[in-house]
Design a protein around this ligand. Structure first.
Ligand code: PLP
Length: 390
């Protein structure tokens, strides 16, 4: 059975071009880029090239890029760097819908001497900007707001936020792990101090990320060790994945110009057809201002996990909006923060597409999913209750 993979916000297929670019650096060119000999030096030159591709994709300069092991490390590095650089400031701000890579660190800091403001979102997933602005003060060390949400796909107005953050002299960090490679980003036009990205979210390999640090931003390394990355991250460079990340950035730059419209068309077709064919189905998030590849659809009165299992029988891979913790299905913190009712949050499925999806695959999902929902609703006491009440 072939796989229909629409879970690209979880991870993506590594592009064949990326694999091809990386392979010689596992086998043939295995030198240490810091070595004095030319065997290592040629690897060092390839890293310079990769760094330039990463910088170019986001409108940065190569000196502003630090390679890390993943998006989570980039987030941690940025947040710790800001609070260590401004030890007298004891207030930090983030949103209620961040990925655990940011959320859990802010929760840890809230128990360890920091006053934390978690900015709420409304039913459509929009940030409460007044709440954010009213809480900003000169005691704020860092504001960390994601560029785009991994579940709803909502894109946040970072340009506007950055102006307010800068008025108070706080560090502005964004977790752009879901945005880089999917929408155009140009840091020349927006005052962001630090930005996190991760290779495996846009057809690069797993285990490689990068942190952009704007020139002039105070910095404190997370991994203190060797001189690598200009003393900003110790540890011998993860050479082949860095080269893979560079290639993925080069490919994404081209993709953003052409293929992203096709991905959006496929996403819109999937969404519109499912909403047309399945009663009591709704989008989590606003129709506008979303990542072009993402849709989170709530199928009311059914359980997301059951939908996933039944789709899995057809080889369809998506993800749900619940987390199975200690035997009980809790809707995700993102859907809860958006105020999505329990009956809808439980049946929420996230489809996230990529350039590798085809129209035939989307048609297959459109054909197979509605009968699955119908079958599950026949077994759902909540659906029957709702039907008899209406
Ligand atoms: N931030 C966001 C928004 C994400 O979606 C993810 C991964 O799902 C991460 C951070 C973590 O990235 P990584 O898996 O590279 O640590």
């Amino acid at each position: 059975m072939s796989v229909i993979y629409v879970d690209n916000n979880a991870t993506t297929q590594v592009a064949p071009e990326v694999i091809e670019e990386m392979l010689p650096y596992f086998s043939e060119f295995y030198g240490n880029p810091s070595s004095m000999h030319s065997f290592g030096g040629q690897v060092g030159r390839k890293l310079i090239e990769a760094r330039a591709y990463v910088a170019a994709l986001i409108g940065a300069t190569p000196e502003e890029i630090i390679f890390t092991s993943c998006g989570t490390e980039s987030d941690s590095t940025a947040i710790w760097a800001a609070i260590r650089s401004y030890p007298d400031k004891k207030h930090i701000i983030t949103s209620r819908v961040e990925h655990p890579a940011v959320k859990n660190l802010f929760e840890y800091l809230s128990k360890n001497g920091y006053r934390v403001t978690f900015v709420p979102v409304d039913r459509q997933g929009y940030l409460d900007l007044d709440y954010l602005y009213n809480n900003l003060s000169d005691d704020t060390a860092i504001v960390s707001i994601m560029w785009a949400n991994n579940e709803s796909g909502m894109i946040f107005p970072l340009e506007e936020i950055s102006r307010a953050v800068k008025e108070h002299g706080a560090v502005f960090h964004t977790d752009a792990v879901q945005a880089v490679g999917k929408i155009p980003i140009d840091l020349k036009n927006i005052e962001i101090d630090m930005l996190s990205l991760s290779g495996h979210k846009f057809h690069g390999p797993k285990g490689i990320g990068a942190l952009y640090v704007r020139k002039g931003t105070k910095f404190f390394p997370f991994l203190i060790g060797g001189h690598q990355e200009n003393g900003r991250r110790g540890g011998t460079e993860n050479v082949a994945p860095i080269i893979g990340l560079g290639k993925a950035c080069q490919l994404a730059a081209a993709l953003l110009k052409k293929d992203i419209t096709r991905v959006k068309e496929l996403r819109d077709k999937l969404e519109n057809e499912l909403l047309k064919r399945v009663p009591n189905a709704l989008i989590n998030g606003d129709h506008k201002n979303r990542l072009p590849n993402t849709t989170s659809i709530a199928f009311e009165y059914v359980e997301g996990e059951s939908i996933l299992l039944m789709m899995d029988e057809f080889g369809i891979c998506a993800s749900s909006g619940s987390a199975c913790t200690s035997g009980s299905l809790e809707p995700s913190h993102v859907l809860r923060a958006m105020g999505v009712p329990f009956t809808a949050a439980h049946g929420s499925i996230r489809f996230s597409l990529s350039v590798y999806n085809t129209e035939e695959e989307i048609d297959f999902i459109i054909e197979k999913l509605p009968p699955i929902i119908e079958r599950l609703r026949e077994m759902s006491p909540f659906w029957k209750e709702q039907k008899s009440a209406s």
